[in-house]
Design a protein. Structure first.
Length: 196
């Protein structure tokens, strides 16, 4: 995984609450066994018509959000089933940060384990970001080292993240990499262990 320290990016506002994982990545696309290739199916039922053509009325299809890497959404983002494919789809599409007033617990943990930074901000701060992002080209900075979100004008907000998950994201570690930070102790244990 890539480390996240300070990410600066274009914001995409998705002003909906209770976005569940089946809306993020519908079940019919869960046939792959690798993490790549899911981005094309992100929000599939909202992005495309029944004939597979992009829907003009869904904002993510607008050119102004083509390179967005920060998603701002309503409360309870990632509810529903526990599929890890949801953060895989977001990441494969290009999102590195998701900001919302609240997240489903399993989705939140799946994000941190897969290199996406989930940021919880108060509802009123999220609304400001959404309104600002409706203007073309709105960019913000998400500073994981100092746990704050800010723009080039007057927006600023602080967030919290459990230290274990913060360290994983700052260093670009998954849980295997965390285990390998103790490799010398593991080797020492294995050397001393008696095999019967």
């Amino acid at each position: 995984m890539e480390p996240i320290r300070v990410h600066e990016g274009l914001v995409y506002p998705l002003n909906r609450s209770n976005i569940d994982t089946d809306q993020i990545i519908p079940k019919q696309f869960l046939k792959r066994i690798s993490r790549q290739g899911f981005g094309q199916f992100l929000f599939f039922n909202w992005r495309f018509n029944n004939d597979g053509e992009p829907r003009e009325d869904f904002s993510l299809n607008k050119p102004q959000y083509k390179d967005a890497s920060i998603l701002v959404a309503g409360e309870n983002f990632g509810c529903g089933s526990s599929r890890e494919h949801a953060p895989w789809a977001l990441q494969d599409f290009g999102f590195k940060v998701v900001i919302a007033p609240s997240f489903a617990d399993i989705f939140y943990n799946n994000c941190t384990k897969n290199g996406i930074l989930p940021v919880v901000l108060p509802e009123e701060k999220v609304q400001v970001l959404m309104e600002n992002a409706e203007t073309s080209g709105y960019r913000i900075h998400v500073d994981l080292e100092n746990k704050r979100v800010y723009d080039s004008n007057d927006f600023e907000a602080s967030f919290d993240l459990p230290e274990y998950q913060r360290e994983m994201l700052l260093n670009g570690w998954d849980e295997i990499a965390v285990t390998l930070t103790h490799e010398s102790k593991i080797d020492q244990f294995e050397d001393q262990r008696q095999v019967f």
